[in-house]
Design a protein around this ligand. Structure first.
Ligand code: NAG
Ligand code: NAG
Ligand code: NAG
Ligand code: NAG
Ligand code: NAG
Ligand code: NAG
Ligand code: NAG
Ligand code: NAG
Ligand code: NAG
Ligand code: NAG
Ligand code: NAG
Ligand code: NAG
Length: 812
């Protein structure tokens, strides 16, 4: 198998792991930052100062892990110091991350595998829809079902830990290269998706990893730059994401709080710095926000090569160093781990004091999920496919017991097909262009329609062939890929139709008159398939489509008055031809996974009534978006890569709404083949005497449980007013009273539901608002506070199609 991963990781993770010596037995000197970067020191202190947070809290097992914790403690008590060091340090081996076995305890080790849409380094597996597609479904049941099915494959291949799901990047910038791995730039939608996915994974017995904690909002300079000649010497630090405490809580931490509440076994700390301090040695984010405020009981593992120190990282809360030492690695940098042998030195000289807690945190979710009982063995195919740590790099023995190359796909194709269709968003549909009515003459255009001609490895962009997932560690290894062209042909044959196709975009854009090219009659429908690449390690250079796709549309629409455009994309595309009168329909099909063509045909022909909604905003122009990634600096100072999150809460629709900017398709938008209405909005308190502050309850997993108590029920009647069955997505937006602090967004998503309705049917829908949903983060009180005054509850079918409104005063 080709070395498809090396380019990706070598360009990013591996280089970052070539680290400076920083094993000095003390906390890192770059601790003690403030939440507001001292850009203007006069205003420093506006949100207070966040001191270094030590010591790292011990696991308590709160929230149902008590019995597992006792097992883990008893188990860890049997380990030697060297075995404990092994437990917290990755090794080269068959999986993307490996913790070695301890045969005398019948412990077969831990296998950690990418990633958020498939088990990537394995054969005979499925490629599921990407996170952005799952987000676009706005369907809790699908999110959970997808989480279960993915985990079934990881488990059957012997992987204990899934390196997903993703809530960071959240999507501060539409240009960020990894947004599609996660679900939505809205923290509420992302939080629901995190919770459902993690529940799906862990109900199946596999550990989930919420990543990347936190502020990991761009790819450029996510890692330090190293002197190429002396690879242990940094010439520049990684970018620092500088954000204030309120923004941290209300945007970036929000979905991770859901992950902690769902009892994610693991969190992965991120590459970049947070307010000046590296993510994996940042005591405020790890010891403070995650392990104290959110009551996280599992273990923090480093992103691959994100560990830049030993003791400093450990005392700041890091529990597992991945992938461990790099001297054993394919790249042969010869860099030993900050952990490994250093752990034994550090414990013996007294500088490491929390090794037991680290190992206990790793083993508690293992016992909680019963991974000690009959867990499948690691499939040896991973070893063959692992170009990241090939067999030649291993220093430890691995014993493979089960059958090699086990087919773990089951009947997942059926569900992937459904999920791909459900994650497609119908943006335009004029003259009832869709669903297609058995057209007899179909023309298909675009390099995204047909088979990839250079393999299905999906690790580099390619000109010819459909794109059903992005690249990097978040991709999957396709065992097959059903293309749009093939699925359209299969369907068209049933209708005894003609299908002509042109797959060379360069050629398409040079055609002067299609009437001289296609068969004598004008096609009934011209289907244009466009694609947009995105992958870990780079941010997007533009928000339009790749390979001259805009010109392809214009060329076809010039001569075809029924042009249906389909995009396969990591998210935002600005679609500057959207108002072209001959573009009758636009379908944002995102990254649907291996059943791409089937998912598409199901929507085009109306087997599935589209019900996806945008999990982000499509602006008129790429330049309309604020908060672009920092892609260049003009200075050469060691710490000069800085990204100031000055827009604070104003990302995506919060920004466009605050500044009244016209957008092309707003957050939450999506059409159906039927129409819906909502009416009779009511809002009833579920508690009498709601207090402004939450009760001071003992912290559970997910933080103060009072924040998750339902306080209000907003109900609405939703009707299907059209003539076919379909699914509506009523969305609840909350506007806080004017007493809320400056910078509060005009409205924010705080509820949604997928409602299946027959033609003419009406259903009552309830949105239970939890305390957190009605609060802002008060930086002085360090509390979630419900502001006094009048709230506005809006229910609609997008963030700008608000059909019902209710005003209430929550705190009396
Ligand atoms: C810093 O902020 C203060 C308070 O907002 C303002 O008065 C002052 O002009 C600012 N200084 C600079 C150099 O921007
Ligand atoms: C964690 O537990 C150990 C062992 O009981 C104890 O020595 C240490 O003080 C505890 N740490 C904290 C932060 O409570
Ligand atoms: C390991 O497994 C064997 C066989 O099932 C069993 O006899 C033995 O007691 C186990 N050892 C431990 C330490 O659990
Ligand atoms: C690295 O070594 C090469 C070859 O000796 C030299 O040309 C280059 O300037 C060196 N780079 C740095 C950053 O020292
Ligand atoms: C400890 O870490 C340092 C820094 O990476 C490394 O140079 C050293 O070899 C390590 N020692 C052991 C015993 O692993
Ligand atoms: C690996 O197994 C071989 C054969 O059993 C043995 O000779 C060797 O010492 C083992 N290596 C390690 C690192 O355990
Ligand atoms: C695509 O079309 C252009 C323009 O006609 C042509 O130059 C090029 O060779 C074609 N590419 C392939 C792979 O056929
Ligand atoms: C498109 O053109 C055909 C003739 O080629 C015509 O019959 C049809 O009505 C036109 N459709 C629209 C929507 O204008
Ligand atoms: C739409 O298509 C028709 C052909 O059906 C063409 O005559 C007309 O010019 C096209 N409209 C535009 C705006 O390109
Ligand atoms: C770098 O300098 C150029 C030219 O002066 C300027 O246009 C650009 O905005 C600067 N970039 C940054 C990141 O400061
Ligand atoms: C927003 O823009 C629209 C259209 O330009 C205008 O009618 C409306 O008054 C504006 N609203 C605000 C709050 O500025
Ligand atoms: C909220 O309203 C819905 C719809 O009427 C209802 O099904 C649900 O039980 C209500 N929740 C509570 C806690 O009353």
């Amino acid at each position: 198998m080709a070395a498809f991963l090396s380019s990706v990781i070598a360009g990013s993770a591996l280089l970052s792991a070539v680290t400076a010596q920083n094993f000095d037995g003390g906390a890192s000197s770059d601790e003690g930052f403030s939440w507001v970067q001292p850009k203007n020191t006069t205003i420093l202190g506006e949100y207070g100062h966040s001191p270094a947070v030590y010591p790292s809290p011990n696991i308590t097992g709160v929230g149902g892990w008590e019995a597992a914790l006792e097992k883990a403690k008893a188990w860890v008590a049997q380990l030697t110091l060297e075995e404990k060091a092994d437990m917290v340090t990755g090794q080269a081996g068959p999986c993307v991350g490996n913790i070695v076995a301890i045969p005398r305890l019948n412990f077969s080790g831990l296998c950690l595998h990418d990633g958020p849409l498939a088990i990537r380094v394995a054969d005979y597996t499925s490629v599921f829809s990407a996170g952005v597609s799952a987000g676009a479904t706005w369907d809790r049941a699908i999110m959970y079902e997808r989480g279960v099915a993915m985990a079934e494959e990881f488990k059957a291949k012997g992987a204990h830990v899934i390196l997903g799901p993703v809530a960071g990047p959240l999507g501060r910038s539409g240009y960020a290269g990894r947004n599609w791995e996660g679900f939505s730039s809205d923290p509420y939608l992302s939080g629901v998706a995190m919770e459902e996915t993690i529940n799906g994974h862990q109900d199946t017995g596999v550990q989930a990893t919420a990543k990347h904690w936190i502020g990991n909002e761009q790819e450029v300079q996510r890692n330090p730059t190293y002197d190429r000649n002396i690879t242990t010497v940094k010439t520049s630090n990684a970018i620092s994401s500088n954000l204030d405490d309120r923004t941290m809580h209300e945007l970036y931490m929000w979905p991770f709080a859901n992950a902690a509440r769902a009892k994610a076994a693991s969190f992965m700390c991120s590459y970049q710095r947070i307010n000046g301090s590296y993510g994996c040695q940042n005591s405020a984010s790890q010891n403070g926000l995650l392990k104290t405020e959110l009551g996280f009981q599992g273990y923090i593992m480093s992103d691959w090569g994100a560990t830049h120190s030993g003791v400093a990282s450990i005392e700041a809360g890091l529990d597992m160093n991945m992938p461990g030492g790099l001297g054993t690695y394919g790249m042969n940098f010869g860099i030993p781990s900050f952990f490994g042998g250093n752990i034994t030195i550090g414990v013996n000289n007294g500088s490491i004091t929390r090794l037991d807690d680290m190992v206990i945190r790793i083993m508690t979710p293992y016992f909680w999920l019963n991974q000690d009982k009959d867990y499948p063995s690691v499939d040896e195919s991973s070893a063959d496919l692992n170009t990241f740590s090939p067999r030649s790099s291993w220093t430890r023995n691995y014993t493979f017991t089960g059958t090699k190359s086990r087919d773990v796909r089951g009947n997942h194709a059926e569900l992937i097909r459904r999920h791909g269709a459900a994650g497609s968003v119908l943006l335009k549909n004029e003259h009832k262009a869709l669903p297609l009515k058995a057209p007899k003459n179909i023309a298909v255009f675009g390099n995204d329609a047909g088979d990839p001609v250079t393999g299905l490895l999906n690790q580099a962009d390619y000109e010819f062939g459909t794109l059903a997932a992005g690249g990097g560690s978040g991709t999957g290894q396709f065992s097959y890929l059903f293309t749009p062209l093939r699925a359209i042909q299969d369907r068209a044959i049933q209708d005894k139709a003609v299908v002509q196709h042109w797959l060379n975009n360069t050629y398409i854009t040079t055609v002067k008159d299609w009437n001289n090219v296609w068969l004598p009659t004008v096609p009934d429908v011209c289907i244009v398939l466009l694609k947009t690449w995105a992958a870990e390690g780079a941010d997007r250079k533009h928000l339009s489509v790749d390979y001259d796709g805009d010109k392809v549309v214009k060329s076809v629409a010039r001569d075809c008055n029924n042009t249906v455009v389909v995009t396969h994309s990591p998210g935002i595309n600005t679609l500057d031809w959207a108002d072209h009168p001959n573009v009758t329909a636009i379908l944002a099909a995102h990254f649907p996974g291996q059943e791409s063509g089937h998912s598409l045909v199901d929507v085009l022909y109306g087997e599935v009534n589209p019900s996806g909604h945008l999990p982000y905003t499509i602006a008129m122009n790429g330049s309309d978006y604020n908060a672009p990634p920092t892609t260049a600096i003009n200075t050469t100072g060691f710490d000069d890569w800085q990204s100031y999150f000055d827009e604070k809460l104003e990302i995506d629709y919060r920004y466009f709404d605050a500044h009244n900017i016209t957008v092309r398709y707003e957050f939450g938008f999506g059409l159906s083949y039927t129409t819906f209405n909502a009416s009779e909005i009511e809002a009833s308190p579920l508690e009498s005497n709601i207090s402004a502050l939450p009760a001071d309850l003992p912290i559970e997993q997910g933080g103060n449980p009072a924040l998750w108590e339902a306080l209000y029920n907003v109900t609405i009647s939703v009707s299907n007013t059209g003539d076919v069955a379909g699914a509506a997505v009523p969305q609840l937006y909350v506007g806080l009273p004017s007493s809320a602090p400056k910078g509060t967004p005009i409205r924010q998503l705080r509820g949604f539901e997928k409602v299946h309705l027959e033609a003419g049917e009406t259903k009552s829908v309830g949105f239970e608002l939890m305390r957190r949903d009605l609060s802002y983060w008060d930086v002085v009180r360090q509390q979630w506070v419900i502001p006094e005054g009048e709230f506005t509850f809006w229910v609609g079918f997008s963030s700008r199609d608000l059909v019902a409104e209710k005003k209430v005063t929550v705190v009396s």
